[in-house]
Design a protein around this ligand. Structure first.
Ligand code: NAD
Length: 291
């Protein structure tokens, strides 16, 4: 296939490289010259105009920072410029309303389009082991799956347009709550004089079992190896978790959903991020709780 890839940053760079490895011809467009140089080194053909990059392609994949940018890229450079038969895939994490809106515009112009946000960070993007949660029609999903397979370990059809973004923000809201809960319990056990490693051994095999404790232990030197053991470098940045929590809070407002724990988690991550910790892994929130 010939695929246009727009947005080759931390995530998109590795994803596009995996499409090349799978034998696809990839046209790359990004505003950053550095991103384009790296894409070129990974075998992509680079373009300085998005409209030229989408000429004659079978599929367009985007991996961009936010909904406003996604909307402008699709309305100004993709819809009406990519061939009518091309399938469009937005893998960025954006708000549900914009995702639905852009897909409706694309469909009205005759395209198949999906929202396909990812779970997994930069290592999973580079390694081709992302999980894609996909929203769109059955036909659009089937076509998108073929494009997504070389970049992921799982491609799941979540439902109609916007369902991928819904799954993503609900999952990450749950993750934020469970990480804060895990951090709180570990910090409290420590203050009460219990050896944190003993707490890990007991709780990870008891009803406290959860991904944040068992697979991503937030305290250095305790439990499994995680970003905590690397001074909270790498992993999933606090600023990105906060971005997802803000999207979740907006969506909860729209749906009139009760999210008392999600709202508290969002407020705590606002505080932690505001104190200059945006670049640290999100599990570093335990530092705030340990005092
Ligand atoms: P990034 O900032 O590294 O990359 C975004 C790229 O988009 C940059 O190279 C930028 O130059 C480019 N860009 C911006 N505006 C553009 C435009 N108008 N036209 C073309 N290119 C443009 O961000 P990232 O970490 O790669 O994240 C991308 C998306 O993936 C975000 O929506 C993010 O929430 C989501 N995500 C990131 C992670 C992660 O761990 N980094 C994990 C899951 C999901």
């Amino acid at each position: 296939m010939k695929i246009a890839f727009i947005g080759l940053g931390n995530m998109g760079g590795g994803m596009a490289a995996n499409l090349v490895k799978a034998g696809h011809a990839v046209n790359a467009f990004d505003l950053s010259e550095e991103a384009l140089a790296s894409a070129n080194a990974h075998g992509c053909t680079t373009f300085t105009d998005a409209r030229e990059a989408v000429q004659g392609v079978d599929a367009v994949v985007t991996m961009l920072p936010n909904g406003g940018i996604v909307k402008s890229v699709y309305t100004e450079s993709v819809i009406g410029h990519a061939p009518a038969g091309a399938v469009l895939l937005d893998c960025s994490t954006i708000d549900v309303a914009t995702a639905k809106d852009v897909i409706a515009t694309a469909e009205a112009a005759g395209y198949d389009m999906v929202d396909a946000p990812v779970s997994g960070g930069i290592a999973a993007a580079n390694g081709g082991t992302l999980t894609f949660m996909v929203g769109g029609t059955e036909q659009a999903f089937k076509r998108a799956e073929e494009v997504l397979n070389p970049m992921g370990k799982a491609v799941i059809h979540a439902g109609d347009a916007g369902a991928g973004q819904t799954a993503k923000i609900c999952n990450n809201m749950l993750l934020a709550i469970s990480m804060i809960g895990t951090a709180e319990a570990m910090a409290m056990a420590e203050k009460l004089g219990l050896d944190p490693q003993k707490f890990y051994e007991i709780s990870s095999q008891s009803s406290g079992y959860c991904w944040s404790l068992n697979a991503y232990t937030p305290m250095p030197g305790v439990g499994v190896e995680s970003p905590a053991d690397n001074d909270y470098q790498g992993g999933f940045a606090t600023a990105l978790m906060l971005k997802d929590l803000r999207l979740a809070m907006d969506a909860a407002d729209t749906a009139d959903a009760a999210v008392p724990m999600g709202a508290r988690a969002a407020a705590l991550y606002e505080d932690f991020n505001g104190a200059g910790n945006g670049a640290l892994d999100f599990s570093a929130i335990i530092k705030m709780l340990r005092g």
